[in-house]
Design a protein around this ligand. Structure first.
Ligand SMILES: [Zn+2]
Length: 263
């Protein structure tokens, strides 16, 4: 990723790709140009963040040379737009390929089907499609108040809407109610779809909802969340989620007046 939030562009793509001694695969298109993902695998140790990618790939343009950046920094840099979608797709598929090397039924090494994006087992016929794990995130409002939580893994002062993975057997609505109940102790009503976003951490689809507080005393579960608080425009949290993700989108939606305007 370049510092300006764009991806490296290579004029002679075929020659460039032929020189790479890495796992390379096509990864959709961006502005009509084909994209490729390169899995550096074990060759990319921790600590490459901020390092120029030119030393890893011969043939990258010198001007505006890309550097290795953490995925969440790229999310903030791109604002969650179409460049982020290309990067996230690459990250998602690299992780899926890395964890789909053997058949889950019989243990035979899997082979990529050249016609479809699926691994297949030559022995038993099992097929391994890219996995997508749905997760929900919910903004709970009560008039001019928004309920937010501080996760134990968050930086100090950061508060965000409630989020979690959908469990087997659940609808999205049930997952929302359960997550909010488990993490904050409150019951919700009037659940409404807000938006969704590819979330490659490492392979999710984040589905955002708004909801209205119904009952219960807000309190942190003490496990996943260490604090919950009602926030208002006059009393906002010390820190909010980075731009680009659904957590920030819900927060901005509420604090730019959408929730207050419709009651
Ligand atoms: Zn098999």
């Amino acid at each position: 990723m370049r510092e300006d939030g764009t991806l490296p562009f290579v004029e002679d793509g075929a020659a460039f790709l032929s020189r790479l001694e890495r796992s390379v695969f096509p990864c959709g298109a961006l502005d009509g140009l084909p994209c490729y993902a390169v899995d550096l695998g074990e060759a990319a140790p921790d600590g490459t963040e901020g390092e120029s990618a030119s030393s890893w790939f011969q043939g990258l343009p010198e001007a505006g040379a890309p550097t290795f950046l953490p995925l969440r920094q790229i999310l903030a840099l791109t604002g969650g737009g179409h460049v982020w979608q290309a990067v996230g797709t690459a990250r998602h598929l690299i992780e899926w390929r890395r964890t789909s090397r053997f058949c889950g039924v019989c243990g035979t090494p899997l082979e990529m089907n050249p016609d479809e994006n699926v691994f297949a087992c030559r022995d038993c016929g099992y097929q391994a499609w890219p996995r997508i794990s749905p997760a929900v995130i919910v903004a709970v409002r009560d008039g001019d108040r928004l309920l937010l939580g501080h996760n134990a893994s968050f930086p100090d002062g950061l508060y965000a809407p409630f989020a979690g993975f959908v469990e087997p057997g659940e609808s999205l609505e049930e997952a929302c109610c359960r997550e909010v109940r488990e993490e904050s102790g409150v019951e919700i009503t009037d659940l409404r779809y807000f938006a969704s976003q590819h979330w490659p951490f490492p392979g999710s689809l984040m589905i955002a909802f708004t909801a209205v507080y119904r009952s219960g005393d807000a309190r942190a579960d003490g496990l996943e969340l260490t604090d919950v608080r009602w926030c208002t425009r006059e009393d906002p949290p010390p820190a909010v989620p980075r731009k680009g993700g659904m957590g920030r989108a819900l927060y901005d939606w509420f604090f730019t007046g959408g929730a207050m305007a419709d009651g």
